[in-house]
Design a protein around this ligand. Structure first.
Ligand SMILES: [Fe+2]
Length: 327
């Protein structure tokens, strides 16, 4: 695949995140939730005017070259109501979203997908929008329990259902260049580190109905963009591949570029708290300028990242925040 275009600027609107934090001060490239809401027209502070936080992630990526801006929705969080509620308050222009990527087959990223397409379709008068999917994300999944049972996860909407809501499904496991190369979407992420082991205990239904081990989540992919004067910005929604493996793959995809920033869920919570030390150590080897931990990163990893890299290199995400990469 040819390299992707170089953007003048990349704006990121956090539409859904686990955390709400409108009061903490932020570096100049980050707008806090209330600043974004007031820009979008909020006239009076109230609970009904603010965003809702949910366990999940959804980012609106707006890429600008010259006077043109193109938008891609990266995941849709766990709940359609949150997409509509937050989107309307933040002033998200759903008509302008031209592509949607589902990072992997988990409910906390896909649960809001049909509602997002309904909003896009209603706003753009029914014009179909590509939805990038991986063939491995549709089998039923669950977590094995200590008593031998399985706690099931919600299903991912099928390509047929998504098509009925205004998507043009693009089901593939190889890299893509959405919106004619304004963005990069990876293929499957190679596993290199010894300590990043996916999601231990995850299982999925085999065609014969049995639950079989599925810890690696090979359907996970990352999105990236190239920003002039900065470098590559990497978006990794849940990092079940391991955020260090994700960054190795990003460096391979962009061998001639600097890796400027990484943003997303780094999944260093739960059992993965055991690999915080190795992950933080190896994150230091990529020459990053900015690290934006969000979603499933977990507070212990956030603390470790701040201790290792300090501010403003570490700039945590939260629902409603807006990040600007480039001038
Ligand atoms: Fe997640």
């Amino acid at each position: 695949m040819d390299s992707i275009l170089e953007l003048d600027r990349l704006d990121v609107q956090v539409l859904v995140d686990n955390v709400t934090d409108t009061l903490s001060s932020a570096p100049p490239f980050v707008a806090r939730e209330q600043q974004v809401l007031r820009r979008a027209g909020m006239l009076r502070a109230s609970g009904a005017a603010m965003c809702c936080a949910n366990h999940g992630l959804s980012l609106v990526l707006s890429a600008t070259i010259g006077g043109a801006t193109r938008r891609l929705l990266f995941d849709a969080g766990p709940l359609g109501d949150a997409v509509g509620w937050n989107g309307s308050r933040l002033g998200v222009d759903f008509a302008a979203i031209e592509a949607v990527v589902l990072s992997h087959g988990h409910w906390d990223h896909a649960g809001g997908l049909l509602a997002a397409f309904d909003l896009i379709s209603a706003a753009n008068h029914g014009r179909a929008v590509p939805c990038y999917l991986h063939p491995g994300m549709f089998a039923e999944r669950g977590m094995s329990q200590s008593d031998g049972g399985v706690f099931p996860m919600d299903f991912i909407p099928t390509p047929e259902t998504l098509a009925a809501h205004g998507a043009t499904p693009v089901v593939a496991d190889t890299p893509r260049a959405p919106l004619e190369g304004w963005f990069y979407l990876s293929g499957e992420i190679p596993r290199r580190t010894a300590y990043e082991r996916g999601l231990p205990g995850q299982v999925r239904r085999a065609p014969d109905g049995r639950w079989i081990p599925d810890p690696l989540l090979m359907d996970e992919r990352f999105v990236a963009a190239r920003v002039r004067g900065k470098g590559v910005v990497v978006f990794s929604a849940c990092s079940h591949a391991g955020i260090v493996n994700v960054l190795h793959a990003a460096r391979d995809a962009f061998p001639d570029d600097t890796l400027h920033a990484v943003m997303g869920g780094f999944h260093l919570s739960g059992e993965n708290e055991a690999i915080i030390a190795e992950t933080v150590r190896d994150l230091g080897g990529f020459g990053l300028t900015t690290i934006v931990p969000a979603h499933c990163t977990g507070w212990r990893a956030l603390g470790a990242l701040v201790r290792a890299f300090g501010e403003p290199m570490v700039a945590p995400g939260a629902v409603g925040k807006a990040f600007r990469f480039g001038d």
